[in-house]
Design a binder for this molecule. Structure first.
Ligand code: SF4
Length: 172
């Protein structure tokens, strides 16, 4: 099975997962997804304050190459819940399947957690001690959301979407 087929299979699997959630679980999951999105937006805002756009422009988004495993199950589930479609084109390697040469196609609050948490050296050098503390707290918040949502659904939601299969069962 190729990546595009795996993508379709596992995005459909997310809909199945949402459809069979026990009663009362949906509201808790919605609250977790809201926290997840807010934490991503807060992290992106900190990085934006040190003019990440200029840095990304300078290096032409090297960290966004080969990004096909960055999106985890919870990231994709957040899109499904928000009814936003992700455009994924696995033929444009090494450009990330979820981006274009002009940049990421997703809003910061719906970008993969791995992408939002990644801080390159050039941006890291510009961060104040206070900004680092806020970023560390935001990262902790994202990991907590993934862990709680995984327990709630019984699935390892931090797993890359393309690796979500019966043979791949990492610890959550
Ligand atoms: S999902 Fe977006 S931010 Fe993440 S690697 Fe791909 S283009 Fe970059």
């Amino acid at each position: 099975m190729d990546d595009q087929q795996l993508w379709h299979l596992n995005t459909a699997r997310i809909k199945d997962l949402l459809a069979v959630l026990p009663a009362g679980t949906g509201l808790v999951l919605t609250q977790l997804l809201s926290r997840y999105q807010q934490a991503k937006e807060a992290l992106a805002a900190i990085v934006a304050k040190v003019d990440a756009v200029s840095e990304c422009h300078r290096c032409r988004g090297q960290c966004c190459l080969n990004g096909k495993y960055r999106i985890n199950i919870l990231d994709a589930l957040a899109h499904t819940a928000a009814e936003t479609a992700i455009s994924a084109d696995f033929s444009q390697n090494p450009v990330c399947p979820y981006g274009t040469v002009a940049g990421c196609t997703m809003e910061p609050g719906l970008r993969p957690a791995d992408c939002v948490m990644f801080i390159c050296d050039a941006i890291d050098r510009k961060l104040s001690p206070q900004a680092r503390l806020i970023l560390a707290a935001g990262e902790e918040e994202l990991r907590d959301c993934i862990q709680k949502a995984s327990v709630l659904t019984g699935e390892p939601l931090g797993t890359p979407l393309l690796l979500w299969g019966d043979k791949y069962k990492p610890k959550v």
